[in-house]
Write a protein that binds this ligand. Structure first.
Ligand code: SAM
Length: 251
């Protein structure tokens, strides 16, 4: 069927531009809208992703289509908590450490709270990155965090660079998913991991009816009330619908 965006009739370039406009329009309200559309559940999904990643101090992560930094901030919190736990264990094991040794360990923790870990947030959209940087400043994240403007289909990174590549609710917005996957493979070190978080299709018929009602009737209305932008949220709903069903991913 014809969609609001007329996906079937536009070139790849036009589609990329339309998607750019959507995220440019919603950037300021993106985080509030995420909470209202999912009743905050997107936070749990993102927590699960980072727990599954289980990064250690030293992990290099690239979060592609990273937007306003949700995955990056969780990664930093996670690695930081591991470093603190390691420090506590070290102090417990060496009850008789001198004060100098104890304060040296704390100094190291203060200077390098993430060990050698780093996260690079890469997104194609300047406005999303701008909001992300403002959030990082407001929340006090800076160590081990950088922001790079770039397209998932042509990443501005060397080969074999990262231990982990994440893409959360991003891949369905990429025009050429095959190119993005090739690029993920290229920038990952041998043995590196690719973690993707994405919406897909509801298989239970009753839930599917409810989801249809919610996504077509409620989400664009919420978009209009909160962000003054019906069309962009209609796009988000349509892009989920167009994304291949789970079974296709297994083949
Ligand atoms: N990952 C963030 C999160 O989970 O909150 C943001 C997800 S948001 C739904 C989708 C993001 O994908 C937007 O920030 C958009 O700019 C970005 N995006 C779309 N196409 C892209 C591309 N080709 N390369 C990089 N980022 C892209």
């Amino acid at each position: 069927p014809q969609t609001h965006f007329g996906f079937q009739n536009v070139s790849e370039e036009e589609r990329r531009e339309k998607i750019y406009q959507v995220f440019e329009n919603v950037a300021e309200k993106y985080d509030v809208m995420n909470d209202s559309m999912t009743l905050g559940i997107h936070r749990v999904w993102k927590d699960i992703l980072v727990h599954k990643m289980n990064p250690s101090p030293g992990t290099l992560l690239v979060d592609v289509a990273g937007g306003t930094g949700d995955i990056a901030f969780r990664f930093i919190n996670y690695v930081h908590s591991i470093r603190e736990r390691q420090l506590q264990q070290k102090l417990k094991r060496h009850q008789n450490l001198s004060w100098q040794e104890i304060s040296k360990s704390y100094e190291e923790e203060k200077v390098k709270p993430l060990g050698d870990s780093q996260v690079v947030v890469c997104d194609i959209n300047k406005e999303m990155l701008k909001v992300g940087k403002q959030r990082a400043q407001h929340l006090g994240y800076s160590e081990g965090l950088s922001w790079v403007l770039g397209n998932a289909e042509e990443l501005p990174f060397d080969d074999d660079k990262f231990d982990v590549y994440t893409i959360a609710f991003g891949i369905r917005n990429v025009t050429r998913i095959d190119l993005a996957l090739q690029e993920a493979y290229r920038v990952l070190k041998p043995g590196g991991r690719f973690l993707c978080l994405e919406f897909s299709h509801v298989s239970n018929p009753l839930l599917s009816r409810l989801y249809d009602l919610y996504s077509f009737q409620v989400i664009p209305v919420l978009g209009e009330i909160i962000a003054g932008d019906w069309k962009s949220y209609q796009y988000l709903v349509e892009s989920i619908r167009r994304f291949p069903p789970q079974a296709d991913g297994r083949t």
